[in-house]
Design a binder for this molecule. Structure first.
Ligand code: SIN
Length: 358
C-alpha cells in the first residue's frame, strides 16, 4: 500500500482501493469522442493526486491497487481479494474509512457482495465503505470521476449526522446503500441508478436513514468470503417467448451448483422449463427465481406454486441473486465443515427478506 503523504502517516487513514473502470479510463480522442475509451488505464495513486488538494483536513489518503480492469471482466477471485482487503482494513485501527473505485458495469455485483460479507462488521466498527465510479474517462473534458472520488472520500471520512458504518455508494451527488446501486442504461451519463438515494452533500434524508438502519438491523451476520477458486458455479438463465427445455436440461449433466432463473413478470418461467427444473432440483441443483423486469419483488409461490426447494429472490435482481446464491452455497459448505446442519436455503432466505428502502 502507498501513502500519498508520508508525513501524515500518523493521521487516520482513508484507504482508497482501485479496481479500475471508466474512472481510471483513457480516451484516445477525449474531446471528439469521450465515450470511445479503454477502462482501467490509470493507477489509483495517480487519480488521488488530482484530488489531494481538496481532501478534508485531519486525514491521510492511502491507496492500494487491487485490480485495474474493465469491470465486465471482473472475476470471482478478484471479488475474494477485494473482500479480504476490505475485511482486513476494517480491522485496522488506523483506517477510518474505505473508498473503492470501480467500473459501473458490474458495480451491482460488488455492492451486494460487500454488503453480505463485510456489512455487519463495517456497521459494528462504525466505518463506512464507499463504492464509486464514473461515466466519463479520466481525460474527458467534463470527467465526473474527480468529483465522485472527492465525494466518496468525504463520505468515508466525515462524521455525517447519525449515518452508521456500512457499505454505501456515492455518485453524481447522490448516495445510497451499495446494494441499491445498479447500471440501468447502456450509455447514458446517468446510467448508474440508485434504488433509494439521499443527497451525498448537505443534509441526509431522514427517511432514507431510517431505511438504512432497518436493513442494518435485519442483517445480523456477515457471510464467509469464498476462497479464490472455490466459488460455487452459478448461472443466470432468462425465460422468454419461445424458451426451450434444453436451456435447462443442458445443465443437468454439468457441475453447475445453482441456477438463477430470470423469469418474466413476477418471476414466472416458460412451461417448457417445468419438467427439466424438477429434474434439476432432484439432482441437488440450487434454484432461485427472480424477475427479468428489473424492479419489484419476486415472492414465494407467485405467480405459481414453487418447485420444492426453489426460493424466490425478494427484491434481488438476477445479478445480485447470483452473488447471494453463491455466498449462500459457500456458507452451507462452511457450516457443514463446522458440523452445523444449515442449508443454502437458510442463508439465502436471510438475504431475500432484507427490507427495501421505501
Ligand atoms: C467498467 O465497468 O469497467 C466500464 C464501464 C464503467 O466504468 O462505466
Amino acid at each position: 500500500m502507498s501513502s500519498n503523504n508520508r508525513n501524515a502517516d500518523q493521521l487516520p487513514h482513508i484507504l482508497v482501493l482501485g479496481m479500475g473502470g471508466t474512472i481510471a479510463g483513457l480516451a484516445s480522442n477525449p474531446t471528439e469522442n469521450p465515450l470511445q475509451y479503454e477502462a482501467g488505464q490509470i493507477e489509483i495513486s495517480a487519480l488521488l493526486a488530482h484530488v489531494q488538494s481538496a481532501i478534508p483536513s485531519g486525514i491521510s489518503l492511502v491507496s492500494h491497487q487491487v485490480a485495474n480492469i474493465n469491470s465486465r471482466d471482473l472475476s470471482e477471485a478478484q471479488l475474494t481479494l477485494l473482500g479480504k482487503t476490505v475485511q482486513e482494513a476494517l480491522e485496522n485501527p488506523m483506517v477510518r474509512g474505505i473508498v473503492v473505485t470501480h467500473g459501473t458495469d458490474t458495480i451491482e455485483e460488488t455492492g451486494i457482495f460487500l454488503q453480505l460479507t463485510c456489512g455487519k462488521n463495517a456497521q459494528n466498527l462504525g466505518k463506512r465503505v464507499i463504492l464509486t465510479g464514473a461515466m466519463l474517462p479520466a481525460n474527458a473534458p467534463k470527467a465526473d470521476g474527480p468529483s465522485n472520488l472527492l465525494d466518496a472520500i468525504r463520505w468515508a471520512s466525515t462524521p455525517l449526522d447519525n449515518c452508521p458504518g456500512g457499505i454505501y455508494a456515492v455518485m453524481d451527488g447522490m448516495a445510497c446503500m451499495a446494494m441499491d446501486l445498479a447500471k440501468r442504461h447502456a450509455s447514458a451519463l446517468n446510467a448508474p441508478i440508485m434504488g433509494s438515494p439521499s443527497s451525498s452533500a448537505g443534509l441526509i434524508n431522514p427517511s432514507w436513514l431510517s431505511g438504512v438502519k432497518a436493513i442494518e438491523a435485519a442483517w445480523t451476520e456477515d457471510l464467509p468470503i469464498p476462497k479464490e477458486h472455490e466459488w460455487p458455479w452459478v448461472e443466470i438463465l432468462t425465460s422468454h417467448a419461445g424458451a426451450r427445455s434444453e436451456t435447462i436440461s443442458h445443465w443437468l449433466g454439468s457441475k453447475v451448483a445453482g441456477l438463477v432463473l430470470a423469469g418474466s413478470g413476477m418471476g414466472g418461467f416458460h412451461q417448457e422449463w417445468q419438467k427439466p427444473l424438477m429434474e434439476a432440483a432432484n439432482r441437488g441443483i440450487a434454484l432461485v427465481r427472480t424477475s427479468r423486469t428489473g424492479a419489484g419483488a419476486t415472492l414465494p409461490d407467485m405467480p405459481d406454486k414453487d418447485i420444492p426447494g426453489c426460493l424466490a429472490s425478494g427484491t434481488l435482481t438476477a445479478p445480485r441473486a447470483r452473488i447471494a446464491l453463491q455466498l449462500a452455497l459457500n456458507a452451507e459448505k462452511q457450516a457443514k465443515l463446522a458440523g452445523k446442519s444449515l442449508t443454502w436455503q437458510d442463508f439465502f432466505a436471510r438475504i431475500a427478506v432484507l427490507p427495501e428502502i421505501g
